[in-house]
Design a protein around this ligand. Structure first.
Ligand code: SAM
Length: 298
């Protein structure tokens, strides 16, 4: 048997791999927090990998959900409304099923989406996790770019939050950054100084095209968003995972907050950006060869 790339006592990793192939190599219950920001336009090219993955999870064709729900019933009904749904479900569902398996009993999953797909993913995650495991839908509100004239300009993303066990999940809002009061004159100076706890609507600027955080990776998300999620849903020393990692925002935040992380991406450009961004905080490895990859710029 080959040596596993990841061990609980090892250091943080950036892994170049298709997540469908790499995730099944990780042991059950290893991560306290998982954040994913998956691409929407996945297309049919992903099909071969999806089939392999579904088999590797359960060894059967028509799966029963974790709490006895039949996926095929829900999926069949939804697919009859929209062809694009069929592809989206086939790509994402087996990967989110892996996320469920990889979460620790006190773990939390954050799935970053937008208005085009959030309704599909909500139904999918309700079926996978169980409705009682739904914790929040976070709205990330920003204000950037042009404004459509023929409808309300869309200026938010949606982050669905699910917990593995509604009776045991870790959540510590004392660890998150607080917000200024909108009407400070209406509360005491002590309250103004302390700020207020964030709600499920997070106002945050996008990554500034000229700012310090910018890596050049097109879909990069701001560290401020991820900081809140990591701070509330994991503790120092815990393992966190992003298997659609892109520029490695989760890794950057995790390193600053003293968490250990695994960031996986299939795109060589993403691996290069992460290698540069995360520096000595992680080893960069290829899942295919099992060997370290040279650091960016080396
Ligand atoms: C929206 S981006 C993530 C951006 C990231 N949140 C950040 O802050 O930079 C989605 C990423 O998923 C990666 N991806 C798509 N399909 C994948 C797969 N099957 N396995 C691993 N990564 C994949 C893409 O290469 C892309 O970098």
């Amino acid at each position: 048997m080959s040596t596993p790339l990841w061990t609980p006592d090892g250091g943080s990793l950036v892994v170049h791999a298709d997540n469908a192939e790499f995730l099944p190599t990780l042991p059950d219950g290893s991560f306290t927090m998982i954040y994913v920001d998956p691409p929407f336009n996945t297309g049919r090219a992903q099909r071969r990998q999806q089939t392999t993955m579904v088999r590797s999870i359960d060894g059967s064709g028509d799966r029963i959900g974790f709490k006895g729900r039949s996926y095929s019933t829900v999926k069949g009904l939804l697919s009859s409304y929209d062809d694009a749904f069929e592809d989206y479900w086939a790509f994402l569902e087996p990967r989110l099923a892996e996320a469920w398996r990889l979460l620790a009993d006190d773990g939390t999953l954050y799935v970053h989406l937008d208005y085009r797909e959030v309704h599909y993913a909500k139904v999918m995650l309700d079926a996978l996790f169980g409705r009682d495991c739904f914790l929040n839908e976070i709205i990330w509100a920003y204000d950037y770019g042009g404004r459509a004239k023929n409808r309300w300009p869309a200026k938010h993303d949606n982050i669905l939050v699910y917990v593995k066990n509604p009776d045991a999940y870790h959540f510590d809002n004392a660890e998150v950054d607080r917000e200024p009061y909108m009407a400070p004159g209406l509360v005491t100076p002590e309250k103004v100084a302390l700020g207020k706890l964030p709600t499920d609507v997070w106002w945050h600027t996008i990554v500034s095209p000229t700012g310090r955080e910018k890596t050049g990776y097109p879909t990069q998300k701001p560290e401020g968003l991820l900081r809140r999620a990591v701070a509330a849903s994991s503790r120092e020393g815990d393992w966190v995972l992003d298997f659609f990692a892109g520029s490695g925002t989760l890794g950057a935040v995790a390193a600053k907050l003293g968490r250990k992380f695994v960031c996986v991406d299939a795109n060589p450009q993403a691996i290069e950006v992460m290698s540069r961004r995360l520096g000595s905080a992680a080893s960069v490895v290829s899942a295919e060869t099992g060997r370290p990859l040279p650091a960016a710029g080396a």
